[in-house]
Design a protein around this ligand. Sequence first.
Ligand SMILES: Nc1nc2c(ncn2[C@@H]2O[C@H](COP(=O)(O)OP(=O)(O)OP(=O)(O)O)[C@@H](O)[C@H]2O)c(=O)[nH]1
Ligand SMILES: [Mg+2]
Length: 412
Amino acid sequence: MRIRVRAGSGGRGAVSFRREPYVPRGGPDGGDGGRGGSVLLFATPAVASLAAYTRRPEWRAQDGRPGAGARKTGRAGADLRLAVPAGTVVTDDETGAVLADLDVPGAEATVAAGGEGGRGNPHFRSSVNQAPQVAEPGRRGQERWLRLELKLIADVGLVGPPNAGKSSLLRSISAATPKVADYPFTTLSPELGVAELGGGRRLVVADIPGLIEGAAKGAGLGHRFLRHVERTRALVFVVDGAGPDPWAILDAVRREVGAYSADLARRPSLVVINKLDLPETRALRAKVGRPDALWCSALTGEGVPELLASIDEMVAAAPPPPRVEVPPPVHRLRPRRAAAEQPLVERHPWGFLVSGEAVERLVTRTRFDSEAAVQRFQVALDRLGVSSALEDAGAEPGDTVRIAEMEFEYRL
Ligand SMILES: Nc1nc2c(ncn2[C@@H]2O[C@H](COP(=O)(O)OP(=O)(O)OP(=O)(O)O)[C@@H](O)[C@H]2O)c(=O)[nH]1
Ligand SMILES: [Mg+2]
């Protein structure tokens, strides 16, 4: 499922001057803007599903407040914390990068960082400019589409061809009631069941759709749903003993698992030949002595307790399930959408607004507290044609010019 998250933008820095009796203009005292709130996700047992997010896909955190005079820093925007069930894996929908694996209650991750507040005008004071009229705008908050997926956290996954009786087996060992029918691909989405092992121990078993030869290339339902058993400790391969050539089918299923993930194929596993109540299966068992296979009937329950005991033993000896690899967070901001390179000058009652990708980029990159940088900025403005455009528009010395929410005084 997809949701859009948007962190708060930083508040703008203030342009302000100290007011003192008998002093016409005191020093700059504009406060910095407050930081925008971030969007976080946290895992909690209080939430059982991601259903809340299907109804409302867009979530935003509060913006930071602007700075004020007397060096008052603006209030930071409140963070927005979204509760998700444990087992939620968060991916950046555009890049496919895994941002967080919230696998245990209490796990939390920032998924959109709040924008920094802009600096107030005291930061732009220099030897030649004791009364800077500039302050920084706040940075935009991070904004992106996320994909939320609830990874089923099962101990064991039932894997096999369609119609083998995987869902029937889950029904016979747990209270789960997945759909069972005598046609292939009855199961379309994974389902979990809990098997009671006695002594209060339990085993979580995942039933997934059937796999057929060529699934890696998209045959049948494909093999994407194998991701739901990626974090199980062990696999149980289930094959129909009464169907044609069970061993060849078993090999094909194993190949498809290997094509999906070599790591998954190495997971501890056991083989169950199901439908032992049918004469074909009994004949097969009498003919071939496969000591590596277990035999059972999900229908009559024959062999099922022995199967459960073997699964229990296998899981107890298996290493803990692998975690999803989460690369260290990179807070890359989205590139702005392409805008006209040519700066645009608009006349407003308060002065002139200059917009355009190049000029806005120039402003956000300039460090106005460095004299040399300010000089380079002036040259770049001329080169971009901003100065002449302002002149054409009738700007007069002393007029206010705003670029990317930063204010300047027009001078010749
Ligand atoms: N005789 C007999 N029939 C069984 C047994 N287990 C399952 N079946 C039947 O086999 C058919 C398929 O069973 P399912 O449990 O739906 O098989 P599945 O592996 O989950 O199939 P998909 O969900 O399509 O992948 C159904 O008609 C079941 O009643 C068994 O032990 N003996
Ligand atoms: Mg099924």
